[in-house]
Design a binder for this molecule. Structure first.
Ligand code: SAM
Length: 418
């Protein structure tokens, strides 16, 4: 097997690849290794061997939505529902801070109990107690006004997977009350407000075609998110998709590599879903271009209840408390964990005087002291363009020119939807 990777001609700009090339990469196992090697070389240019840990706090498993793939959908009566209090969340953060986490991700179902005021109180509390930490929200679709309020009290990032970029596929995965248009509106609002935005999709979700995945890649090229989370769809026994098989680990890993090639500077997690289907899934994800891991920091008593899919891992090395073991696994895979916020490459953290306090990204170690130096540094690193060559295990090869490139919970419980 021959893999030619010309790392001297590495680029840091998103590439424009034809649909045919993407289809071939997505569908053929023969591309696993060459894509992973190329992706790893690109991530080393963007982020070195750094891996960022996020403390994941699953604040509620109540959800007013009824996504057909999701275990905590409101139409699943078997879920033992819980909500974390402000105090619960603060003590998770205290424990997480001691363990070295500098980003807290608050994820949950769309739970109307958490009004904007409550969410803002939680964000303010965390930012006040841990000013050197980033707060990431992943609490679903909200109005622009709500997103603005969260941002104004200090939320830094927002994760909202688009799930799919094909309208008819979207409708197969969701009830009528949900729309792809609104999901995409949310992502646009979040970007405009100034969040570091995360999008993404499940791999091999029911009825997904390769063309749907390509549509997602095109959507992401337009959106230019800072983070992209993908993981395999995993069957949940108490959903309408109970008979649909879980997704492919190998295809997911190949897609992580493709994302790294298309988005050299993006933050890409090696997800829990990947680690659920394959005990070495997250290591493989890192070696294929991912650079983020999100150990579970939720209180032990509720972890089992945030059950999105069958077999979701939540204990052992997955738990934030076992961070040291997970760090060793990251090191064994060839990378190292850093205890920083882990912002997207090129992002600047301002201090209260409006000066650059921390700068992240390409050549993350070259911290610069003034804004002009910082700006020219980023411009240089963003304006490279080149050709490069990838060959797969069938010795097929190509030269690619790289260019610059309320409905309420109660309603649902009443059984209005399947
Ligand atoms: N409510 C928020 C939202 O809608 O973005 C965040 C919580 S939601 C449960 C987080 C993500 O879990 C979804 O975006 C979806 O991609 C993923 N997810 C849900 N069910 C899944 C399944 N069966 N297999 C894999 N991922 C799943």
């Amino acid at each position: 097997m021959k893999n030619i990777l010309n790392t001297n001609q590495m680029n840091l700009k998103p590439a424009s690849f034809s649909d045919d090339i993407l289809k071939d990469w997505i569908e053929n196992e023969a591309w696993n290794e060459p894509l992973a090697k190329k992706a790893d070389a690109i991530r080393r240019q963007s982020y070195g061997t750094e891996v960022y840990f996020r403390g994941l706090i699953e604040l509620t498993n109540y959800c007013k939505n009824n996504c057909y793939y999701c275990g905590i959908r409101c139409g699943n009566p078997k879920v033992d529902r819980y909500r974390l209090t402000y105090e619960d969340i603060m003590s998770c953060c205290e424990e997480g801070y001691e363990l070295g986490f500098r980003t807290f991700v608050l994820q949950g179902g769309e739970d109307p109990y958490y009004t904007d005021d409550i969410i803002c109180q939680i964000i303010s509390g965390i930012k006040h107690a841990f000013p050197d930490c980033a707060v990431t929200l992943s609490i679903g679709e909200k109005s622009r006004e709500s997103y603005q309020k969260y941002f104004d009290v200090g939320a830094d990032r927002y994760l909202l997977r688009e799930e799919t970029s094909n309208e008819s596929h979207y409708q197969l995965l969701h009830p009528e009350s949900m729309s792809m248009k609104n999901r995409q509106r949310c992502l646009k609002d979040l970007k405009e407000i100034g969040y570091q935005v995360g999008a993404g999709f499940m791999v091999d979700s029911p009825y997904q075609t390769t063309e749907d995945i390509i549509a997602d890649l095109r959507f992401l090229e337009e959106l230019q998110p800072d983070m992209i989370g993908i993981g395999p769809f995993i069957t949940h026994k108490d959903t309408p998709f109970a008979k649909h098989p879980s997704g492919s680990v190998s295809k997911t890993i190949r897609l992580i590599s493709i994302l790294r090639i298309l988005f050299p500077n993006a933050l890409l997690p090696a997800t829990t879903a990947l680690g659920t289907l394959d005990p070495l899934g997250r290591e493989k994800g890192l070696q294929a271009g991912a650079n983020v891991v999100m150990p579970n920091l939720s209180p032990a008593a509720v972890r089992e209840k945030y059950n999105l899919y069958n077999g979701k891992i939540y204990s052992g090395d997955e738990s934030a408390q076992a961070r040291k073991q997970l760090e060793k696994r990251v090191e064994a895979a060839g990378y190292h964990v850093v205890n920083t916020r882990g912002d997207v490459a090129g992002f600047q953290v301002m201090n209260t005087c409006g000066d650059v306090a921390e700068s992240h990204g390409v050549n993350v170690h070259d911290k610069v002291s003034d804004c002009h130096a910082e700006n020219s540094h980023n411009e240089n690193s963003h304006n490279k363009s080149s050709d490069y060559h990838i060959e797969n295990s069938h010795n097929e090869s190509s030269n690619y020119h790289v260019t610059d490139v309320n409905k309420t919970f109660t309603d649902c419980q009443k059984g209005k939807e399947s």
